[in-house]
Design a protein around this ligand. Structure first.
Ligand SMILES: Cc1cc2nc3c(=O)[nH]c(=O)nc-3n(C[C@H](O)[C@H](O)[C@H](O)COP(=O)(O)OP(=O)(O)OC[C@H]3O[C@@H](n4cnc5c(N)ncnc54)[C@H](O)[C@@H]3O)c2cc1C
Length: 404
């Protein structure tokens, strides 16, 4: 028996994450019939048998002076939207506490190389600290030794709460008439003039155009006729639960990016004290570790998120944070797991894949800050609007996996 179609839409977004929720907001500003399908955050990971995301947290660093000019331009536009989003939704997700970046090897740094050029182009202010003593004078809380050099980007750099930002995007999309469905898409059937979308709950929807914004699960459920070239990596964070005295003492600290010299840790990022939904306040530090794994399929990703071992470098992560802030006296430590999705060229894929299917995915571990722009660019494609300057469409071209 043919299934009942639950809804027919001009535009349907798959994935209620940072990029998908932004795309739904932009699309619904132009069209009365937009749907967004994606699951809510699982309450109990162990009992969750579906997809996960990269945004289940309370803090993501944001800065205009990002890794290179493209990332900075993506961030620049997105950061410009934060006040509008906050005002229109009434939900505050942006804390402009500034970002300190420190490296021991400026020649190899991801951040130092083009910084002056980017700052000039964006008219963004920043301070330079030529050595550890200068960093210490400006930010006495932190302890850096040796050949450390640093820079500080003031507000609006700081951090965003990704969960609240998504809530803000969804609130506005809903207000603009978008239909938001808590479900997972498991099948796409292409017809001449539309796509039929089937969900895990057995519902079907039709749409003229579909935007796949499924993050790490962009190749999950084989929704695409040919998979995209992505590498999904396990990512570990450590949370230090703070006592009231540390919360007060650290309340003015900036976010930190630290290119740590270490045999097992790399690319540290540290957030100021943030209250979490469990009622406690934590310092969150994340980094790449020598035990990170490439997760080659959906089962590997799910296994990592549900029961992966995130403790192999817990001791080194604790030591790194304790060395950075020697006065820190956490009440407890815990590690958590996350997923990072790398694309072939290191920028998000924002592209048209066939007549009706489009993609906005591939955060490369750094897309929370700029997800609003990724959603905007994806929406522009579906709306057949001209590709907006200063972005080059080729920069975001999806790379399709070749036939084996
Ligand atoms: C630990 C960690 C720290 C990070 N720190 C920073 C930072 O400091 N600054 C920064 O800018 N970025 C940071 N990032 C990166 C940033 O969080 C990601 O780049 C961003 O979340 C990517 O957004 P997305 O919309 O592509 O994916 P997600 O936010 O993961 O959203 C994808 C959504 O798609 C849904 N989905 C998947 N499959 C389906 C399906 N079949 N049907 C329906 N829905 C589906 C998922 O449920 C999910 O909600 C960090 C990432 C991690 C893991």
């Amino acid at each position: 028996m043919p299934k009942t179609i639950q809804g027919r839409f001009s535009f349907l977004v798959i994935g209620k994450g940072l990029m998908g929720s932004a795309a739904a907001r932009y699309l619904s500003a132009h069209s009365p019939d937009v749907a967004l399908i994606g699951p809510d955050e699982p309450v109990d990971y162990a009992r969750h048998d579906g997809v996960f995301s990269s945004h289940y947290d309370e803090g993501r660093i944001t800065q205009r002076l990002a890794r290179d000019m493209v990332w900075s331009q993506l961030a620049e536009r997105a950061i410009g939207q934060y006040p509008l989003l906050e005002a229109a939704s009434g939900l505050l997700f942006h804390t402009p506490c500034g970002v300190l970046t420190v490296t021991h090897a400026p020649g190899e740094s991801r951040y130092v190389g083009q910084r002056g050029e980017i700052a000039a182009a964006l008219k963004a202010a920043y301070e330079i600290y030529p050595d550890a003593a200068a960093i210490r004078q400006a930010h006495p809380l932190f302890q850096f030794t040796g050949q450390a050099q640093g820079s500080f980007e003031p507000a609006p750099a700081g951090y965003i709460n990704p969960r609240t930002m998504i809530r803000a995007q969804l609130h506005l999309a809903r207000q603009q008439g978008a239909t938001i469905v808590n479900d997972e898409v498991i099948q796409l059937c292409r017809a001449t003039d539309h796509v039929t979308v089937t969900t895990r709950n057995g519902q079907t929807y039709q749409a003229e155009k579909v935007l796949l914004a499924a993050g790490a699960f962009v190749n999950g459920y084989h929704l695409l006729t040919r998979p995209l070239v992505v590498r999904v990596k396990s990512e570990t964070i450590i949370l230090a639960r703070l006592a009231a005295a540390d919360i007060a003492r650290l309340s003015q600290m900036p976010a930190l990016i630290y290119e740590i010299p270490s045999p097992v840790l790399a690319d540290i990022y540290l957030l100021p004290p943030i209250p979490y939904p469990d009622g406690h306040t934590y310092l969150k530090m994340g980094c790449n570790t020598a035990s990170d794994q490439t997760l080659s399929d959906m089962e590997a990703m799910r296994h990592w998120m549900i029961q992966g071992d995130s403790d192999p470098h817990k001791a080194e992560m604790q030591a790194a944070l304790s060395n950075l802030i020697p006065t820190l006296r956490p009440l407890s430590w815990q590690t958590k797991r996350c997923l990072v999705t790398y694309t072939a060229h290191g920028k998000p894929y924002i592209d048209q894949l066939d007549d009706h299917v489009f993609v906005a995915a591939g955060g490369n571990g750094t897309s929370a800050k700029s997800a609003d722009t990724s959603g905007y660019l994806g929406a522009q494609l579906l709306l057949e609007q001209p590709w907006p300057a200063p972005f080059e469409r080729a920069t975001f071209q999806a790379v399709i996996r070749s036939e084996d």
